[in-house]
Design a binder for this molecule. Structure first.
Ligand code: C2E
Ligand code: MG
Ligand code: MG
Length: 746
């Protein structure tokens, strides 16, 4: 049973009975269209050659005849004009040319058909590549109309009387007529080519193939007939054989079609040769023909099999290049490509359309809590839901939990609500929320830029409970440009010294004496002026450029320390902020270690601050680097403790020298006993775990007093000084407003 099934599958594959996937069908179709360009070109050249032959034969005959006659006339004493009068009356020049024209009109018809196919095929290929083809369209229409007109001009005079001649001619006319009409319709309504795509072009190719085969039959037969009275010459049916090879090998038919087509055409030819009474069709020749037919069929099958393998390979590669592996919807590359194609064909095709950027908030938590497999499942089903919801638009996954859509700007709220609802149903407990940013593109705006703006708008909804949808607007536009400016000018800023460290004092809670400073970056820009880290750090993190800024700032801090030492100024330890990405994008340990060696600075003067949110991502490389830093003698501080969702986990999993308690704990401090209790517990807990504490954002004396009482060791905040340039810090110290602690560690 199994063997039978295998055999059946083998036959189905061998003869091409299986329906191929759309991609493979298109692949074959485009290959056939390309081949018909070569076929048409060869036919044009061959027919021009035939026409030249006819001219040389007839006009040459006429001229030689003419000169001989003229000589005779001249010798008989007639004048030249008398000769022409006589000659014209007797033969008529026009009659002679008509003869020549008649004998080439058939070739001309074939040439026109070939030109029509050529122009049409080029235009088809260009349209497939989404290139405008106005010139080719006009040419296609002209030539297709010419094909049709030519037939109507020739029909009355050019149909031979003998049976075979008559039918081959009529069939040729029909093939050309169908060809002309198919080209005309599919060019006039060129959207057909893109939508109902292949039908009309299949007709064009098939009628062209039929034309070639009938031409082969006709000329093959007439060559056979013409050589009938001259048995020295062989049969001269090469034209038939050439045309069959031409059509079978250049165009790729499914094997069973090739077989049927070749058998039919050979039977017809066999019949034609037999029915000619001028000469006998020998049995031995038939054997040769059958051998030829079988070989040709084998070639056709082998070409088909080879091509189908290529097509399948191509399909897989194309799939990998254009589709997202996880969700099997478009990837971003294909998304942009599709939009650009439409834009290229028609600028106005994007009018009334909008870009959406969709982000699943809390996806990371979902992934952590429910495992990666579930996370993947979620992305898959949301990807498909988005694709389904925006059927008429173009959708894609842009990586992570980000999706993009290009669609008509209609009924958006409904669509978005439907997807949000699906997401909500997916996991009620973890509160997955869909955040969407939208952007209406300008004409000719590149898709990746437009998506970037939609994404920017989406970013405006981040962590906001009251906002799930944002439209990119004028205000965002100016912020967006600032953001682009930051990305494009980071290198400039580094090179030109626009990146500078500001230092904020850190004091001991008991003595209020200076025990360190935190280096906080500032971008002092010639165009935008003073830019705060909140404006550029998230941007640089988004674009994975933050490590450039950080290493630049660290170097400046080391340089400042080195200068102070050289000038015999007092120094205190400096805390440097490390972004999570610093550990991913560079060897953070090697960079800082290299710098302190370069500037000859003691490790005790550098504290590494890592923000709590960096640690929730479970990055093992980060953990390794933290351990390495501590092992090498750097103090590592936990920044913004209490600002994230899994603060206690962080305390459990990592060890720090100092915990910096987030300034959020101090908001609503006055009269809020709960806040005080929490702070008390946090400090207690840290102490128990062997970590010292620092509270940020201390603004009032009352806060400072309380923090001292509950055992917080260090304090930082506006009460003791805002972040300031190095010179100002030294001025404050020299003015006695800040006193450096005698001991720097407690
Ligand atoms: P952070 O490291 O937690 O820094 C403390 C922030 O709180 C600073 O804001 C500081 O100016 C502000 N601050 C200090 N005391 C008070 C106070 O009493 N009241 C109030 N309201 N604010 C206070 P800044 O300088 O704008 O920095 C913001 C954040 O940007 C920093 O938070 C840090 O996460 C990041 N950052 C700053 N410099 C760098 C850097 O060089 N590299 C990296 N990767 N991030 C940096
Ligand atoms: Mg910090
Ligand atoms: Mg902080």
């Amino acid at each position: 049973m199994n063997a039978l099934k295998k055999f059946k599958d083998f036959i189905v594959d061998l003869f091409g009975f299986k329906k191929n996937p759309k991609y493979v069908r298109n692949y074959f179709h485009e290959a056939n269209i390309r081949s018909s360009i070569y076929m048409a070109a060869i036919i044009i050249v061959l027919e021009i050659w035939m026409i030249i032959r006819q001219f040389v034969k007839h006009v040459g005959k006429f001229l030689s005849y003419d000169s001989v006659k003229y000589k005779a006339f001249h010798e008989a004493g007639f004048t030249k004009s008398q000769f022409f009068d006589y000659y014209y009356n007797k033969w008529g020049y026009s009659g002679h040319f008509e003869y020549v024209f008649n004998s080439i009109s058939f070739y001309l018809l074939f040439i026109i058909a070939a030109v029509a196919v050529l122009v049409y095929a080029i235009s088809f290929i260009k349209k497939n590549a989404y290139t405008k083809t106005k010139k080719y369209d006009i040419a296609s229409i002209i030539v297709s109309v010419l094909c049709i007109l030519w037939i109507f001009m020739l029909i009355p005079q050019k149909i031979p009387t003998d049976n075979i001649g008559k039918w081959t001619t009529i069939l040729m006319y029909i093939a050309i007529f169908v060809l002309g009409v198919a080209i005309f319709i599919s060019t006039m309504y060129s959207s057909f080519i893109l939508k109902a795509k292949n039908l009309l072009s299949v007709i064009v190719i098939t009628s062209f193939a039929a034309l070639c085969l009938i031409f082969g039959l006709k000329i093959g037969y007439s060559d056979f007939a013409h050589t009938a009275d001259n048995l020295d010459k062989y049969y001269m049916i090469t034209c038939f054989l050439t045309m069959v090879i031409f059509v079978t090998c250049l165009l790729i038919w499914k094997p069973y079609i090739s077989i049927l087509m070749n058998i039919t055409i050979f039977i017809i030819f066999d019949y034609m040769l037999q029915s000619f009474d001028g000469r006998e069709f020998l049995e031995g020749d038939r054997v040769n023909y059958i051998t030829f037919l079988v070989s040709l069929t084998m070639i056709a099958i082998s070409i088909y099999q080879q091509r189908i393998r290529e097509a399948n390979k191509d399909m897989n590669l194309e799939y990998i290049a254009n589709y997202d592996e996880l969700t099997s919807i478009n990837n971003f590359h294909n998304f942009c490509k599709e939009i650009l194609k439409h834009q290229k064909l028609d600028h106005n095709s994007i009018v009334g359309h909008i870009y959406l950027f969709l982000n699943i908030e809390n996806f990371k938590t979902y992934n952590d809590k429910r495992t990666f497999e579930f996370g993947d499942g979620l992305l898959k089903s949301i990807g498909l839901a988005i694709k389904e919801e925006f059927k008429d638009g173009i959708t894609a996954r842009q990586g992570d939990d980000h999706f993009v859509v290009f669609t008509k700007n209609e009924d958006l709220e409904n669509h978005i609500n439907n997807i949000s609802e699906k997401l909500r149903m997916y996991d009620n407990e973890l509160k997955l929320i869909l955040k969407v940013g939208s952007y209406i593109p300008e004409l000719n705006e590149k898709p990746n830029r437009a998506v970037d703006k939609a994404r920017y708008a989406c970013g405006m909804c981040k962590n906001r409970f009251d906002k799930n949808y944002a439209i990119y607007d004028y205000q965002m536009d100016s912020n967006y440009h600032k953001r682009q400016y930051i990305i494009n000018n980071l290198d400039n800023a580094i090179k030109n010294g626009w990146i500078v460290p500001y230092y904020q004092p850190v004091v001991f809670s008991d003595t209020k004496k200076l025990c360190g400073v935190e280096a906080l970056v500032r971008w002092i820009d010639p165009t935008y002026g003073f830019i705060y880290p909140s404006e550029f750090i998230p941007v640089l993190e988004d674009y994975r450029l933050i490590h450039k800024l950080d290493s630049c700032l660290w170097e400046q801090v080391c340089k400042d320390l080195n200068e102070s030492l050289a000038n015999n100024k007092p120094i205190v330890p400096v805390s440097l902020n490390f972004s999570r990405l610093d550990f991913e994008l560079m060897d953070a340990f090697a960079v800082i270690d290299g710098l302190i060696k370069k500037y000859n600075i003691d490790k005790r003067f550098i504290h590494v601050e890592i923000t709590e949110s960096a640690l929730t991502d479970n990055v093992s490389k980060l953990n390794d680097t933290i351990n390495q830093l501590r092992a090498e003698g750097y103090a590592v501080w936990l920044d913004d403790f209490g600002s994230g969702y899994s603060s206690l986990n962080v305390l459990k999993d990592y060890t720090f020298d100092v915990v910096k308690i987030d300034m959020k704990f101090l908001s609503n401090f006055e009269g809020n006993q709960k806040a005080k209790d929490i702070l008390n517990s946090v400090i207690d807990l840290s102490n128990k775990l062997g970590m010292k504490t620092l509270t940020e954002g201390v603004e009032t004396a009352e806060q400072a007093k309380f923090l001292k009482e509950i055992g917080c060791l260090r304090l930082q905040g506006y009460l003791f000084g805002k972040p300031m340039p190095k010179e100002e810090l030294y001025k404050t110290i020299f003015d006695g407003k800040l006193i450096i602690s005698e001991v720097l560690e407690k």
